[in-house]
Design a protein around this ligand. Structure first.
Ligand SMILES: Nc1ncnc2c1ncn2[C@@H]1O[C@H](COP(=O)(O)OP(=O)(O)O)[C@@H](O)[C@H]1O
Ligand SMILES: [Mg+2]
Length: 376
């Protein structure tokens, strides 16, 4: 690990603003606590306005918490000004110096730190090569594509090896293919330099593919913290379930909690036995606080659903569209209740599976071992 890698800790941080129109206080960040381990990349994921940028601005020092504490490593930086914090920030708008060429932009932070010229030349050349920009070092930013400009912005902030790198929706201005490439690049650079990083996005695919941990935020509060797979497979509530991936919810009644035997071991474990339209299912995951006779929902991801003859499953519907994606087909199913959106069923290896045609009546079936029972 990079010797400077530091942890980041927020302890009960709240930030209230005064609404510019009404003059009323707005709680942008509400009693938020979390920790980032040294060298980890943690993503704040949530809808627009949930407080992500405010958390980042408090980490960089451009905002001061109304209450609570911010620590970088062992130091309390809550009141420390931005230029004394050793953080670097990358924005959606690249923020390059227009009058400097690529090399000068990247060298800027090292010059400020009085690094000798030879050492600067060596380091800038090495960093530009890492992102394939060594041939463009003399170009002004105005003669670079968006992706190239964002690469310059990235290496410019990473080259000073800050204790904490902060990235606020850095890929939002790029097209889809470039975003995918840059995701991989950011992760590779961040890991190879072992820089502790906080990444902000409202894009779940970005969050899933980049992060060691994801913090899902909603309305200023933390909804859940977990690894990408924990958040996807084991969301704490229906907000998180729906925000981090496509999902279908089927109303059910909780009957009892039963003992079963795990297939992989002889451990005894409990399952939540639920009833959906007279059929019972034992589901291995459920949200805490559920009690027998509660009404709840069974949460299913697209890959855990399959289609069959009408009447054979837990709900009937009509195939509204099939989207062929090569290694899978996405079948959309219109539900009988028109107020509910269509359900996505992912059919892998479509060449050896039955694909129901658009307009055909079908029933939906789910794989209980992949499902979770959530409070309704
Ligand atoms: N300087 C400010 N003054 C007043 N309200 C603000 C200010 N900055 C942010 N807010 C409000 O705080 C909330 C969270 O904003 P922000 O952190 O930018 O959300 P996000 O980055 O998740 O979209 C929003 O309701 C926003 O309008
Ligand atoms: Mg924002």
């Amino acid at each position: 690990m990079h010797s400077k890698s530091k942890s980041v800790r927020l302890v009960n941080v709240t930030k209230a603003f005064k609404d510019p129109q009404s003059g009323q206080p707005v709680t942008a960040v509400d009693d938020v606590s979390f920790e980032i381990a040294p060298g980890d990349l943690v993503t704040l994921l949530g809808p627009s306005g949930c407080g992500k940028t405010t958390v980042l601005r408090m980490l960089s020092g451009f905002e001061t918490p109304t209450s609570g504490q911010i620590l970088i490593g062992d130091s309390d930086v809550t009141e420390v000004p931005p230029n004394k914090r050793d953080t670097a920030m990358v924005f959606q708008s690249y923020g390059l110096f227009p009058h400097m060429n690529v090399f000068e932009n990247v060298a800027y932070g090292l010059k400020l730190r009085d690094m000798p010229k030879d050492a600067i030349d060596e380091k800038v050349t090495r960093f530009l090569a890492m992102v394939g920009l060594d041939k463009l070092s003399k170009r002004p930013p105005s003669r670079l594509s968006g992706g190239q400009q964002q690469r310059v912005a990235l290496v410019r902030s990473m080259i000073v090896e800050p204790s904490v790198l902060l990235l606020d929706e850095p890929l939002s201005n790029l097209d889809a293919l470039l975003r995918e490439q840059m995701r991989v690049e950011i992760r590779r650079l961040q890991k190879s330099l072992s820089i502790t990083a906080m990444y902000v996005t409202h894009d779940r695919v970005e969050a899933m593919s980049l992060s060691d941990q994801i913090i899902v935020m909603n309305a200023g509060k933390i909804a859940q913290i977990g690894t990408p797979s924990e958040i996807y497979r084991d969301p704490i509530n229906s907000f998180v379930a729906g925000f981090v991936g496509k999902v279908a919810f089927f109303p059910c009644a909780v009957r009892e909690f039963v003992k079963g035997v795990d297939e992989l071991s002889t451990w005894e474990m409990k399952a939540c036995r639920v009833e959906i339209k007279g059929k019972t299912f034992d589901i291995p995951r459920w949200s805490p606080n559920l009690k027998p006779s509660d009404s709840a929902v069974v949460m299913c991801r697209p890959e855990s659903l399959s289609l069959g003859e009408p009447g054979a499953g837990i709900e009937d519907g009509i195939v509204s569209a099939n989207v062929y994606l090569g290694n899978s087909v996405e079948s959309w199913v219109k539900r009988q209740d028109p107020s509910q959106s269509d359900i996505l069923v992912q059919i892998d290896n479509p060449d050896v599976k039955k694909i129901w045609k658009e307009g055909e009546s079908v029933s939906l079936t789910f794989e209980p071992s992949l499902a979770k029972v959530l409070a309704a």
